[in-house]
Design a binder for this molecule. Structure first.
Ligand code: NAD
Length: 251
């Protein structure tokens, strides 16, 4: 229970990677605030399971982010994880999808960081972990907004890490390859359409084709890595873009 006495906010933690991270932090004693969309009953059950608070803030809205951070109080561990995807060639990408992806996958992290960092610096300890992606390092066709946002969050991570390097606050991003979550499930129909492929072809020839291990990354692997970054032994890891992609970006 090495996180007893620490508070944590995990954005986009009602499902997928964020939920696994919230569970891992809570299991080590952190007082967790959940955030994300979902039906009220399931979220209430999650709150009971984790003894967690919950913010329904829509992270595309800076005013709601401000209210969420004000309610959460001083945050020791900030995990910027909420994200979405839209698959289409750039000249068919609806501008509102571009705006949504940049707002949620990139600008939301700027807002949570600018609002949570002063309290971390004041206490001389903090951990910021951003869920980036292999797409923070390499591109794939039909994902212009997502790749731009993920490259952006990698740059934001490095910059903030330098700005608070002497203040006991580390800032890193984890860059998973394909993790089996609803975000991946939901892009299969669009990828089928964009590339004229069957579901099986998308799974094997598009998704797992990129990963030399031929296995999806698991949410528990990402959660365990996040937990390690919160340990004192990880105090010298800062400004890093940490790949967990089954060898994808080594190729
Ligand atoms: P997911 O769809 O399971 O989870 C997304 C979470 O974000 C959910 O809790 C959802 O409610 C929340 N969310 C969506 N819109 C929101 C909004 N406007 N305001 C607040 N919360 C909102 O997806 P996931 O795969 O767990 O994705 C989590 C993160 O991991 C994302 O940043 C994604 O880009 C990144 N990622 C995923 C993969 C993958 O293969 N699944 C790979 C690399 C990176």
């Amino acid at each position: 229970m090495f996180l007893r006495g620490k508070t944590a906010l995990v954005t986009g933690s009602t499902s997928g990677i964020g939920l696994a991270i919230a569970r891992a932090l809570a299991a080590e004693g952190a007082a967790v605030t959940l955030n994300g969309f979902g039906d009220r009953d399931s979220i209430a059950r999650l709150q009971d399971e984790l003894g967690a608070r919950y913010s329904s803030a829509d992270l595309t809205r800076p005013d709601e982010i401000e209210a969420m951070i004000a309610e959460a109080g001083a945050i020791d561990i900030l995990v910027n994880n909420a994200g979405t995807q839209h698959v289409a060639p750039v000249d068919e990408l609806p501008p509102d999808k571009w705006d949504l992806i940049i707002a949620l996958n990139l600008s939301a992290a700027f807002h949570t960081i600018r609002l949570a960092l002063p309290a971390m610096k004041a206490r001389g300890w903090g951990r910021i972990v951003n869920t980036a992606s292999a797409h923070s390092l390499v591109a794939s066709p039909n994902k212009a907004a997502y790749v731009a946002a993920k490259h952006g969050i990698a740059g934001l991570t490095k910059t903030v890490a330098l700005e608070c390097a002497t203040r006991g606050v580390t800032v890193n991003c984890i860059s998973p390859g394909y993790v089996w979550t609803s975000l991946v499930e939901n892009q299969i129909p669009d990828t089928m359409k964009a590339r004229g492929l069957t579901r099986e072809q998308v799974m094997n020839e598009v998704l797992l084709a990129a990963q030399p291990t031929k296995k999806f990354v698991t949410v528990d692997q990402v959660a365990a890595f996040t937990l390690f970054l919160c340990r004192d032994e990880a105090a010298s890891i800062t400004g890093a873009n940490l790949s967990m992609d089954g060898g994808w970006t080594a190729a």
